[in-house]
Design a protein around this ligand. Sequence first.
Ligand code: TYC
Length: 101
Amino acid sequence: MTQATTRKRVKTRTETERPKLHKVILVNDDFTPREFVVQVLKAEFRTTEEEAYRIMITAHQRGVCMVAVFTRDIAETKATRATDAGKAAGYPLLFTTEPEE
Ligand code: TYC
């Protein structure tokens, strides 16, 4: 005789956490030439000339300006590389990162 089997089915729901994004922030200083800041923004963050100028002048006028958001590793790597580009040229140019709320 055949026997019917009953199986319990468990529905699973996968919760995927989105990685928290981190902001890269450009900090103003009194020494780095404007044109140098624009060059670094274009090279490291792949912005257009116009966008780089807007970010640079905003930091110049307000003290800081958000450049872009990335996952933490990428934000930190880009901020470090951009800061090091200034350091290599003898400027105190600074990029920092902070987690987005
Ligand atoms: N304040 C600098 C100057 O007058 C230009 C500058 C802008 C430097 C933005 C840094 O994040 C900065 N030469």
